[in-house]
Unconditional design. Sequence first.
Length: 428
Amino acid sequence: MNFVKRAGMSLGARRPKTAALLALFVVICTLLLGGFLLQTAAARQEADAQRSIGVDVTVRQQGFTPALADRLGAFDPVNRYNTELAVRTGTRGLTPLTSDAPKPGGTRVREKEHEAGAAPLAANGVRDSGMLLPFSYGSTKITTGRGITPKDAGRNVAVIEQRLANKNRLSVGDTVLVQSADGKRTAALTVIGVFRDPMRDPPGWTPPHKLPGNALYVPVATVQHLSTGNPTVREVVYRIGSPDQAEELHAEAKRVLGTGNFDFRVNDKAYKDQVRPIQQVGTFAGLIVWVIALAAALILGLIVTQQIRERRAELGVLLALGEKKWKLIAQHAVEVTAVALPAVALAALGGHLAGQPAGDALLGGQGDQPAARTGAPRAEIAPPTVEVDPAAVGKVAGTGLGISLVSTVIPGIGILRLHPRSILTDAG
């Protein structure tokens, strides 16, 4: 009789033990599937976190120009970058804020007052206002409209402070006229956003351009247009995916900026605080898979060994009839495999129902808790999506089959030492 057919008849004749073996395999496959799904969800959330959090690298150098900043920003590991340079501007038809404190006297002071009155606004040229620390930490917030983005390059737009907007009754969509400090160049800027700076006005008299309410953010090209000289970049912040890419960016900075002195600072605190816990969950899930696989192989191996001992008489009869020993081992492998396959299907159904709640419990809060504890800027990390895909089911099926083979072949080595005469003598 074919050993495959014998395996099916044996499973049918031993229904209680087959059901118990099926239940055990369902538990094993469910745990394996949970581990694989958790690994996949953690890897997906880690990739999302790297894109949203990343590692900020600040570069400063004397004579750092926007063109050089753009060349370095085109380097492959850079996901986002922000160039920052500032200039003082005058106004046309716009009333700037002034200090309420009494003005001190003196000739030099009056000269400075006249100079500040000619350029009362502080225009900050940025490429991506969302990367500025006050905005990323949340202390400064956009109350209406939006901030400056790379898409605004070359456009005449501005984001103004709420106090300046209230004094001049400005809102999103209005136009303000600003001019260079020497009055030779003028730019008409469309207000695309209003922000609120929590910083209060200084208690003493302060020149208008140093008041927080007189600050506005514009694209870099606008500052270059309004500048009376050749403005240099104050600093550039580059966001890369992980701390490992900082060395690559440093080497590229040497190539672009030359071997001269430049300040290169890596800030990976937010990355470590918010991404490392996700990586730990993925590592833990991988460890779970290995432990489950080894434990399952050990438990099933003991069960198969016990079954071989209980079925010594059956094996002796088959050997006496001339059945080959390798076919007896193959019969046990088919029996275990036949139970493992429906267990994979049942585990996939269970993973579809319970996978998302388990992923939310283990990964849902990984992006928020460290930020609250350390004070690092908190990034909005999307909750993980746990889906039972064919790849995960295939991994479970492959691992289950591997466990089946290991748990039957190794104990089946004992069959090779069996002799039908001694078995039947002992049975008699």
